[in-house]
Design a protein around this ligand. Structure first.
Ligand code: SF4
Ligand code: SF4
Length: 154
C-alpha cells in the first residue's frame, strides 16, 4: 500500500515552485527531539524515536527526498476523515505556527494534481483498519488545533 501511496506523492508537490524560499524550509528544520509522525506500519531509513506510543522519523533537516516519510510528502496538508468516512484534503493546522502557507492561502490555489493524488492516498489509507483509526485520531487533533487557534485569535 505504501509503495502505491509514495508513487502518487513522491514527485508531486503542493506548489509548483519551491515554497521553502518563503520560510527558509522551516518544516525541515527539526531537532533530534522533534520528528515527522510515521503512519502505522510505515518504514523509513531515517532514525526513529518513540513518543507517547507513536513513532517519529528524525532527520535533523536532511533526507533523501525520494525516501521522505508520508507526513513530509503531505505537509502542510493532511487527508482528514469525516464522520461519514469521507476524505477531504485540508491544511494540517498542527503546523499553523510553522508553515506560512496555512494562513495565507486557499486549498484551491495549490497544485491540483497534488491535491487529487493526496485524496487518492487518503482513500487508500482508509482501506487499512489501523491506518483508518490513525486518520481519525490525527483528524481529531487537527480539528482541535484549528479550534484552539481560532479561539486564541479571537
Ligand atoms: S513550512 Fe510550509 S512554506 Fe515552508 S517549506 Fe514547509 S511547506 Fe513550504
Ligand atoms: S525527512 Fe526530509 S522532508 Fe521530512 S522534515 Fe526531514 S528533511 Fe524535511
Amino acid at each position: 500500500m505504501y509503495d502505491k501511496i509514495y508513487g502518487l506523492l513522491r514527485d508531486t508537490t503542493p506548489l509548483l515552485a519551491d515554497c521553502g524560499i518563503l520560510c527558509n524550509h522551516r518544516c525541515c528544520r527539526g531537532t533530534e527531539d522533534e520528528g515527522m509522525l510515521l503512519f502505522p506500519g510505515e518504514r523509513t531509513t531515517l532514525d526513529v524515536r518513540e513518543s507517547e506510543g507513536r513513532r517519529l522519523a528524525v532527520c535533523e533537516g536532511q533526507c533523501n527526498r525520494n525516501n521522505r516519510p508520508l507526513s513530509c510528502m503531505l505537509f502542510p496538508f493532511f487527508p482528514l476523515i469525516g464522520k461519514d468516512g469521507k476524505i477531504t484534503i485540508d491544511f494540517d493546522f498542527r503546523g499553523v505556527y510553522v508553515c506560512p502557507l496555512i494562513l495565507n492561502s486557499d486549498v484551491t490555489s495549490f497544485n491540483r494534481k497534488f491535491i487529487k493524488n493526496a485524496l487518492k492516498a487518503g482513500k487508500l489509507l482508509t482501506k487499512d483498519d489501523e491506518c483508518r483509526r490513525f486518520l481519525e485520531e490525527i483528524t481529531e487533533e487537527i480539528n482541535e488545533a484549528k479550534e484552539l487557534y481560532q479561539k486564541l485569535k479571537g
